[in-house]
Every structure is written in C-alpha cells, then in structure tokens.
Design a protein around this ligand. Structure first.
Ligand code: DGL
Length: 268
C-alpha cells in the first residue's frame, strides 16, 4: 500500500477529462494535477519544445514525491515520452495505447477515424498502435489544431466551434467511419459539437476509461494501491488560477479548490 499521490499532467485542461475517470474508478487515490495552460497548445510546437516543457513538468511532479505518472496528453505521449521515459524512475502510463484498444473494441466495420493535434497525427503513433493490434483496419486521420484553443477558451459548443468542427470533419465524415478516436484529451469536451457533424452513428472513443482501468491494474500489480486512504487533490497551473478553477469545475462537475500557480520556466 502506498498513499503517495499520482502525478497527472497535460498541456492544459484536457487532462482533467482523464482525471475525472481516474477519480471515478479510484476514489481513494490522491492526485497532483499539472496543466501547462500558460504554454498551451503543445500540438503545434516542435518536438524539441515539447520535450523541453515535459522535462520541466516531470521534474516538478517528481519533486512532489509522486508514486506514478499519468501522461494525460497525446501530444506529449507521442513526442516526448519515448525520449524521456528511460530517465523516469516511477511507472508511467500514457494515453495512445488505451485509446487504440478502445477503438478496436468499438469498431464493427474496421473503418476508424483519428482526430488529434498536428504533432500527434504527423507522428503516426495511433496508426502504428492500432495496426500493431489489427493490421486490417482502415485508418483516416485529421489534425484539428484549433480545437485545443477552443477548449481552453471555454467555447465547447457554440456557433464558432460548430463551424470549425464542420470545416475539420466534413471530409472525415465522407469516409464512412463507424468509430472516431478523440486522440487529444481536450477533445471529449467538444463531443457534442463533434456529434452534430459526425452524427449519432459514429461512436466517439477517448483514452480516459481504458487508461483508468490500466492504472487500477498497475497499482494492484505493483502494490501501489492507496487502499482505505482518503484522497486529496492538488492542482497546479502555469496560468490563471481563477480560469482554471472556473473551467475545471465545469469539467469535473464539482467545485475545485487547492489550485496553485507555478511557473516552470523559473524553476528550470
Ligand atoms: N491534451 C493534449 C493532447 O492530448 C493537447 C495538446 C496541445 O496542447 O495541443 O494532445
């Protein structure tokens, strides 16, 4: 048994969609969440920059004595994790594998769409992870760079968001996919706007649920479970505490306090 917190991080608010599932499935686990809202989006930045930012976040969370890290960001999982993982001394979970497993469980026709940041799409990680398990599946990818900014702005289902979704997704819709991977942890917050374009016949899948299940198994297997403990949540953002509290409350469905601002540039 290990009562130390789990470190969960993202380029901004998107990782809270993952945290929500973790809290649901593992209510006894304490979490320290870091959102790099001040430097988001990551998905349009270079690999070198994403690695640099990720190194700072990992070092910050490890300094808080976390027992495990959850990379609640596809872009970081795709670009920075392969390079940084060997130097991280705690177990690390990422989001690409769970998202791919989820999509393969859901598809009936073997035609899967993947929407993600430009960096994630270009890296080809989803194609690789899905084809590794089932080479016969057809994959159609589309980068949706503006989606992250719309989420960070709190514009989850307004007219502009629906226009942007129509622009990005119309071509994908014509490919007759039956499953759509939301390959960015911000995108589940736009699920209604996405549904309005793609229709009810397309199943949207995200990594959050599968990741929480994998996390539970890992905690048990490595005796890291905080059984019987009362959970504590701390939040850190590199931007406005007020904005994080306001939008975080909408995502998690409850008021959040214990939010602090931290500037990782000053700590590097
Ligand atoms: N939530 C991040 C992801 O899953 C968004 C990346 C970004 O900041 O562009 O990729």
């Amino acid at each position: 048994m290990d009562k130390r917190p789990i470190g969960v991080f993202d380029s901004g608010l998107g990782g809270l969609t993952v945290l929500k599932e973790i809290r649901k499935l593992l209510p006894e686990e304490s979490v320290i969440y870091f959102g790099d809202n001040g430097r988001t989006p990551y998905g349009t930045k270079s690999k070198q920059t994403v690695i640099k930012y990720t190194r700072q976040i990992v070092s910050f969370l490890l300094s808080m004595d976390v027992k495990l890290l959850v990379v609640a960001c596809n872009t970081i999982s795709a670009l920075a994790l392969p390079e940084l993982r060997p130097s991280i001394h705690v177990p690390v979970l990422e989001v690409i594998e769970p998202g791919s497993v989820s999509a393969l469980k859901k598809t009936r026709t073997g035609r899967i769409g993947v929407i993600a940041t430009p960096a994630t799409v270009t890296s080809g990680v989803y194609r690789e992870a899905i084809h590794h398990r089932n080479p016969g599946v057809l994959i159609f990818q589309k980068a949706c760079p503006l989606f992250v900014n719309l989420v960070e702005e709190g514009w989850w289902d307004n007219e502009i968001t629906r226009m942007v979704a129509t622009e990005y997704l119309t071509e994908l819709k014509s490919e007759s996919i039956d499953t759509l991977v939301l390959g960015c942890t911000h995108y589940p917050l736009l699920s209604e706007a996405i549904r309005k374009v793609m229709g009810d016949g397309v199943v949207q899948v995200s990594s959050a649920e599968e990741l929480a299940i994998a996390l539970k198994e890992l905690l048990k297997a490595q005796s890291l479970y905080a059984a019987g403990a009362s959970a504590n949540y701390q939040y850190y953002t590199s931007d406005s505490v007020e904005k994080f509290e306001e939008l975080g409350k909408l995502i998690l469905g409850e008021k959040i306090d214990n939010v602090h601002r931290v500037d990782l540039d000053c700590r590097a």
